[in-house]
Design a protein around this ligand. Structure first.
Ligand SMILES: *Cc1c(COP(=O)(O)O)cnc(C)c1O
Length: 370
């Protein structure tokens, strides 16, 4: 008989947003007619420069990628003014989160994170047999005081997303910095900034500066969201070298493909595309909020590229939207059974969503379920 370690038996699979091709197979709706607002992807696609460099890199796929990602790290180290040894590349930032868990956690230790924190924090912790300490949220966001209070001598890692997914809440720089200064030295803080590029200029802060100041800080970023490279899987961490040394020992040597490394360089260099993405998202977020407000729907103000809206009949509305070719994200696994998370799409996609939502709610009402 094969036996599975207890912590593996308790590990749950990740529930991703429904892929477009899957809904097409299930409903017969053309893939091109399906709108996916479920995984916080960039509705504008990818930067043309990223695409150009990726296509060029295809000529070399018979070779292994550069295991040290020299050129990509060079690009990042210029951008953040940190030495390249401070950077760790990941197969998406998910990989970074897993690396942190594998580097610092083991049975008998604990990781602390917030209720409504990114689902991967719990999974990464569970996978290595450590204990997850989940701290109640405050107004759907991270409660820094409570997170600090939950730290014990066994705590090795704190996972903190800012802005937070799936709630879209944000903690200002001053609060985060005060928190970093108060975290005990034996605890590594992972500041997950997957949505940093969507913050308005006045809310941005220099998290690389914090890495210089706090030797227990790991800043995690991704090319999957604003940079539009979700399918290529590139993320990175910035931390001091006593941390990155060990993360790189456990990292799979070829975790980021040569095509992905090339595309990431192109994406980072294309400031114009990033600006377009930012502007399109601000407009789209306002558009979605106007639409749900007009329907009298409660929502959580968002600092990212998605918005969480309160729909008491979330599952019925999710299904009704699917039948009209629109994929959004149920968040029941987060304990938010009455909410749906809507990623910001293009203007036309947001409009189509708003009309389908209105129709779905109307139908529910007529059937006496509203
Ligand atoms: C999307 C997301 C990530 C990771 O995405 P990758 O594609 O693995 O880089 C990490 N953290 C949060 C909070 C996210 O929402």
């Amino acid at each position: 008989m094969i036996s599975f370690p207890e912590h593996i038996q308790k590990t749950m699979p990740y529930q991703a947003g429904k892929p477009i091709a899957e809904l097409a197979r299930e409903t017969g709706i053309e893939e091109s007619a399906i709108i996916k607002l479920a995984s916080n992807e960039n509705p504008l696609g990818m930067s043309p420069r990223a695409k150009q460099l990726a296509m060029h890199a295809l000529d070399d796929v018979s070779r292994y990628p550069d295991a040290h990602g020299f050129n990509l790290k060079l690009e990042l180290s210029k951008r953040f003014s940190v030495p390249d040894q401070w950077i760790t590349l990941g197969n998406g930032s998910n990989d970074i989160l897993e690396m942190v868990a594998s580097t610092f956690l083991q049975p008998g230790t604990a990781a602390v994170f917030s209720q409504y924190g990114f689902i991967v924090y719990g999974q990464a912790t569970q996978r290595v047999g450590a204990e997850a300490i989940v701290v109640p949220a405050k107004d759907y966001g991270n409660d820094l005081e409570a997170i600090l209070a939950a730290v014990t001598p066994h705590t090795r890692v704190i996972f903190l997303a800012n802005p937070n997914n799936p709630t879209g809440t944000f903690l200002p720089a001053a609060e985060v910095e005060q928190f970093l200064a108060a975290v005990p030295a034996h605890v590594v803080v992972v500041l997950d900034e997957a949505y940093n590029e969507y913050l308005p200029q006045e809310l941005r802060f220099d998290s690389a500066e914090w890495v210089r100041k706090y030797p227990n800080l790991v800043v995690s970023r991704t090319l999957s969201k604003a940079y539009g490279l979700a399918g290529l899987r590139v993320g990175y961490a910035i931390a001091q070298p006593h941390i990155t040394d060990y993360m790189n020992r456990i990292r799979q040597a070829f975790n980021v493909s040569n095509v992905a490394q090339a595309a990431a360089i192109g994406a980072l260099q294309d400031e114009e595309f990033l600006q377009q993405t930012y502007a399109s998202n601000r407009k789209g977020l306002e558009q979605l909020i106007r639409a749900v407000s007009a329907l009298g729907i409660e929502y959580i103000p968002s600092y990212a590229n998605f918005v969480l809206i309160r729909i008491p009949q979330a599952n019925a509305v999710y299904q009704a939207l699917l039948s009209r070719g629109i994929i959004v994200r149920p968040v029941g696994v987060y304990g938010l059974a009455e909410w749906l998370r809507i990623s910001v799409g293009t203007e036309a996609e947001n409009e189509a969503f708003a009309r389908a939502l209105e129709h779905a709610l109307q139908t529910l009402k007529e059937n006496g379920n509203g």
